[in-house]
Write a protein that binds this ligand. Structure first.
Ligand SMILES: Cc1cc2nc3c(=O)[nH]c(=O)nc-3n(C[C@H](O)[C@H](O)[C@H](O)COP(=O)(O)OP(=O)(O)OC[C@H]3O[C@@H](n4cnc5c(N)ncnc54)[C@H](O)[C@@H]3O)c2cc1C
Length: 450
């Protein structure tokens, strides 16, 4: 059994743990002990796979099993050679700020050239981006532990300067519970030690701090090996694709919200969003791959109505959906819910939506700008206001899509949909939950939330 997860989350590799426990209870004996992998799973997972295949071979040969030739698909489509492990070095064509100059948010429309890569994607897929950390941040990290960055380290058999390793091989922005634990063990930090007694506190602390904050808690000199031993390997970030290839050919578009916040006197940036929005220049190269998502797809039938709910950067895949339906001349109804802070500063792709409304590709658009009136107004309020019509669309077979913030928005929208089914469909809460569950099972309620 192998679990792939992210140790920043409470239920890290929980599915693997549950299966493992359940199978053990039934008397199963594992071929190998369960391995719980963190986000930088490539190396341990590959080792585990090798061992597991060895065990399977042993078992099959002792059981005298027959080898079965699986049918080969001779008509396999042209597949790009570029993958997560072997990303394509693409050119950044455009980086355009699409929030107003007085907005409290910095959101960028990013266009990337895929020409010659054979990479293809469908609306609903994501683009994986291998980013580079800010060189200035790498300097701050090394200075914190008494190093200057010119020290040579070995990473995967490659010798490079510590600074370069911090830029391209390790996570040096977001902290994680493992880093904090290792740091406490290494330094004996009294200030942080009590975090080890409470997993929730540890996770919260890691979620609210960056690597440099942890290092600053206990000024200690480290060797280059000790420093990189604390850090997680750099992992690519995913961004919902905001374009349809029917519209943009061999380009891919993204909608990237720059993560930036104040911490004391410092300004902190997110690793990948900072790279895409601030450090990478137009004409520069960025390593990318396509991450398909079969659970967030337009209905095969072009006449099926769709309801799209995508506040903030959650709007990205719906730009792809609408472009696709426009190019396919789909005779369908498309309804978009969008929300953000203010109409004047944060209405992402406003002109494009107006054009689609005018041409009839978008049947309806409802917007909620939370800071334009004294009381906060969000997309879930618009859904409730339009409950009768939402229910009617559902009765007509509409598919519902939700994209964006997982912590609040997706839950609030889910609650609003339950209320609509309760009120309009005259069902009790249990029945309404079951109704949405059935929609989900029938792939009529799909969510891509992060
Ligand atoms: C399937 C999928 C699709 C996605 N699509 C999009 C998309 O279309 N557009 C988009 O912009 N993003 C999208 N994301 C999110 C994106 O992948 C990144 O997570 C996001 O850009 C942040 O990454 P980063 O490397 O910039 O930040 P990181 O370097 O990972 O830093 C983020 C960390 O900073 C810390 N932090 C952030 N704000 C604060 C604060 N105010 N105070 C204290 N700490 C803070 C938190 O610890 C947080 O974990 C998507 C994610 C997934 C999984």
């Amino acid at each position: 059994m192998i679990g792939l997860g992210d140790s920043s989350y409470e239920f890290f590799c929980q599915t693997a743990k549950d299966f493992d426990n359940y199978l053990s209870k039934l008397g199963a004996v594992p071929m190998l002990p369960r391995l719980d992998c963190d986000v930088d799973y490539d190396v341990p997972a590959a080792e585990w796979r090798q061992q597991a295949l060895g065990k399977v071979k042993q078992t099959l040969s002792t059981d005298d099993a027959n080898e079965v030739q699986l049918p080969l698909n001779h008509e396999s489509p042209v597949v790009s050679a570029y993958t997560k492990q072997n990303p394509y070095s693409a050119t950044l064509l455009t980086n355009q700020k699409i929030t107003g100059c007085h907005s409290s948010k910095d959101v960028r429309h990013i266009e990337i050239d895929l020409q010659g890569s054979n990479l293809s994607y469908q609306p609903g897929d994501a683009l994986g981006v291998w980013y580079e950390n800010d060189p200035a941040l790498a300097d701050v990290v090394t200075t914190h532990v008494g190093l200057d960055g010119s020290e040579i380290v070995e990473v995967d058999g490659e010798h490079l300067s510590l600074k370069q390793a911090l830029i391209s091989k390790f996570e040096i922005t977001a902290a994680n519970p493992q880093l904090v634990t290792r740091f406490i063990e290494l330094t004996g930090s009294k200030k942080l030690a009590k975090l080890l007694e409470d997993k929730d506190k540890l996770r919260r602390y890691a979620g609210e701090h960056q690597v440099v904050d942890v290092l600053a808690e206990d000024k200690t000199k480290l060797t280059p090996e000790q420093l990189i031993g604390l850090l997680r390997r750099l992992t690519p970030r995913l961004y919902s694709i905001a374009s349809s290839q029917e519209e943009v050919g061999e380009e891919v578009h993204l909608t990237v919200g720059a993560v930036e916040y104040e911490y004391g006197d410092d300004i902190r940036q997110g690793g990948a969003s900072g790279y895409l929005s601030r450090r990478l220049e137009e004409g520069g190269e960025v390593k990318v791959f396509v991450e398909p998502n079969s659970n967030f797809k337009l209905p095969a039938d072009d006449s099926t109505p769709v309801i799209m709910i995508g506040p903030g950067t959650g709007i990205a895949p719906f730009r792809a959906f609408v472009q696709e339906r426009d190019n396919r001349d789909a005779l369908s109804q498309n309804w978009l819910f969008f929300g953000d802070r203010t109409f004047t500063e944060d209405f992402l792709y406003q002109v494009e939506w107006q054009k689609f409304l005018k041409s009839g590709v978008l049947t309806q658009m409802d917007v909620a700008f939370s800071r334009d009136q004294p009381e906060k107004l969000y997309v879930q309020h618009r859904i409730l206001e339009q409950g009768e019509q939402v229910w009617q669309w559902l009765q007509e077979g509409a598919h519902v899509y939700v994209c964006g913030d997982a912590n609040h928005m997706a839950k609030d929208v889910h609650e609003a949909l339950i209320t609509v089914v309760e009120l309009q469909g005259q069902q009790n809460r249990e029945q309404a939950e079951q109704y949405l569950n059935d929609l989900r099972k029938n792939k009529r309620y799909q969510r891509d939330v992060y």
